[in-house]
Design a protein around this ligand. Structure first.
Ligand SMILES: C[S@@+](CC[C@H](N)C(=O)[O-])C[C@H]1O[C@@H](n2cnc3c(N)ncnc32)[C@H](O)[C@@H]1O
Ligand SMILES: [Zn+2]
Length: 276
């Protein structure tokens, strides 16, 4: 719930602390008097202006993502993240939280909070995703925010910062991360979903190159460890359509064309990054 994470959030306008609503149900306020409502869906919007809303996942994408992930196809990645997060936060004595930047439905964050007994902040620019994340685990506070703006999170708040297939903002990630904490960043490898890319002419995303990721983070983080993860998924036609529909290809491919199941390569790499 939002109350679990309020002490780590900050006002997106003036960066001062947010105070609990009193009486409950009234808006949250910062020290300068900016006020914010918790939506009926249980998430808090700290978005200022229009944001880069064009990149927010749509209701259809979020529904496909929730259904696909619930079937467990990406569970090995969730398990890996839980192990890495438990390791990463062991060095941090202070009260901190886990932050997931671009959290989507909160699937990975919820799994990580089973292994890490701290509150979790799910940040995403999509309110449709935030609505799912708010329900994904009792200790998740779901916040609508733009990764390209200053994150509405206090400095050093996170002992673990997750970023899974989502926009990366290294300077904000560095600010929010506790100096003894770790960022865990997951990116697809070139073979990821290869069969679907070939069969349906999907986008092959260019920023998959490991050198790019290293260069992007080089000023602020060093790579402490890398964990490649590879599986072959056996999917039926409905699952193939969901997998296409939940990602960037939802904008370009016609999932209605999917009439057959497929064996699909799952290939990603998790980077554990230590602040410099
Ligand atoms: C490919 S999804 C990954 C979601 C989740 N990490 C997962 O793997 O299930 C990318 C997510 O980034 C979010 N997103 C896109 N642009 C964003 C931005 N500027 N700030 C924050 N989140 C953004 C989308 O709404 C979407 O939920
Ligand atoms: Zn304020």
């Amino acid at each position: 719930m939002i109350s679990d994470v309020l002490s780590w959030l900050s006002c997106p306008h003036c960066a001062t602390a947010l105070s609990p609503a009193a009486p409950s149900g009234s808006p949250l306020r910062c020290e300068e008097g900016h006020s914010f409502d918790v939506a009926r869906g249980g998430y808090l919007s700290l978005l200022t202006g229009s944001g880069t809303a064009g990149t927010a996942d749509t209701p259809a994408m979020v529904a496909d993502r929730a259904a696909f992930l619930a079937a467990g196809h990406y569970a090995p990645l969730a398990d890996l993240l839980a192990d890495l997060a438990a390791d990463a936060e062991r060095g941090v004595e202070e009260q901190t939280c886990v932050v997931d930047l671009g959290a989507g439905t909160g699937y990975y964050l919820a799994r990580v909070l089973e292994a890490v007994d701290r509150p979790g902040i799910a940040l995403d620019i999509s309110k449709h995703a935030a609505r799912y994340a708010a329900r994904a685990h009792p200790r998740i506070g779901a916040v609508v925010a733009d990764a390209w703006a200053g994150l509405p999170v206090r400095g050093r708040a996170a002992s673990v910062l997750l970023n899974v297939f989502a926009p990366r903002n290294p300077s904000q990630m560095r600010r929010v991360l506790h100096p003894a904490g770790r960022a865990i960043v997951v990116v697809p490898e070139p073979e990821h979903l290869r069969e679907l890319i070939e069969r349906y002419g999907l986008l092959a995303v260019d920023d998959r190159k490991p050198e790019r990721l290293r260069a992007q983070f080089a000023d602020r983080f060093e790579v402490a460890a890398e964990h490649p993860l590879r599986r072959t998924l056996t999917l039926d036609a409905a699952e193939v359509a969901q997998l296409i529909g939940m990602g960037p290809n939802a904008w370009h491919a016609d999932a209605a064309r999917v009439t057959a199941g497929a064996e699909v390569t799952f290939a990603v790499r998790a980077y554990v990054l230590a602040p410099r």
